[in-house]
Design a protein around this ligand. Structure first.
Ligand SMILES: Cc1cc2nc3c(=O)[nH]c(=O)nc-3n(C[C@H](O)[C@H](O)[C@H](O)COP(=O)(O)O)c2cc1C
Length: 179
């Protein structure tokens, strides 16, 4: 059994990818399998992944994450996973209504998280990207109206092995124990 907390500590958002190191298909397949196996409300699995390594397509996708001079680092990133949220199955819609919760984005986030941690386990680096032009990405992939583009996961090899210190609120401010 590997040390999951160590893995959690090793994952960080990479904004410095090595442009000369493509990602092996087998590694992307393992990440995809981890994403696919994620838990979801009523096992609704409202996610779908478009995994882009095709250089021409990646070149069309990159500017759609770079509006207003954001996310310049994607220029050097060789692979992307576009994380879609698809319409929720009836059972989930009903329980969402009763519980006043939108489970689908929660499910998608769990799945995307599993993708990223498997990537870390494979020695890859990732950056979760929420700053993207959803409308244009939907056009690029000819996606149906009800589909949401929730995230894009930039995936590649980091140009440096050095990890940053994690910047987080003090743990006592965010975790409360009732013993
Ligand atoms: C939903 C979501 C959207 C994000 N969007 C971006 C983004 O567009 N660009 C970016 O550089 N980082 C993005 N991030 C990464 C966060 O900035 C990062 O996770 C946070 O600062 C903590 O740093 P760490 O991931 O290195 O631990 C996003 C993260 C999440 C969870």
């Amino acid at each position: 059994m590997s040390d999951y907390l160590e893995l959690v500590k090793r994952r960080e958002s990479c904004r410095n990818f090595d442009p000369n190191r493509p990602v092996e298909k087998e590694k992307l397949e393992r990440c995809a399998e981890a994403a696919w196996l994620a838990p979801s409300a009523c096992n609704g699995q409202p996610w779908r992944y478009l995994i882009v390594t095709n250089p021409e397509l990646a070149e069309k996708l990159r500017p759609l994450m770079m509006e207003l001079k954001m996310n310049k680092f994607v220029q050097n990133c060789p692979a992307f996973a576009v994380v879609l949220e698809e319409s929720t199955v009836l059972k989930v819609s009903l329980s969402q209504k009763f519980k006043d919760q939108d489970f689908a984005p929660i499910d998608v986030a769990f799945s995307a998280s599993q993708f990223c941690y498997e990537a870390t386990e494979q020695g890859l680096s990732t950056c979760i990207i929420g700053w993207h032009n959803e409308r244009k990405i939907k056009e690029l992939f000819n996606l149906p109206k009800g589909t949401r583009v929730r995230l894009i996961l930039a995936v590649g090899y980091a140009a440096t092995d050095k990890l940053r210190n994690k910047i987080r609120k003090p743990i006592k401010d965010v975790i409360q124990y009732y013993e």
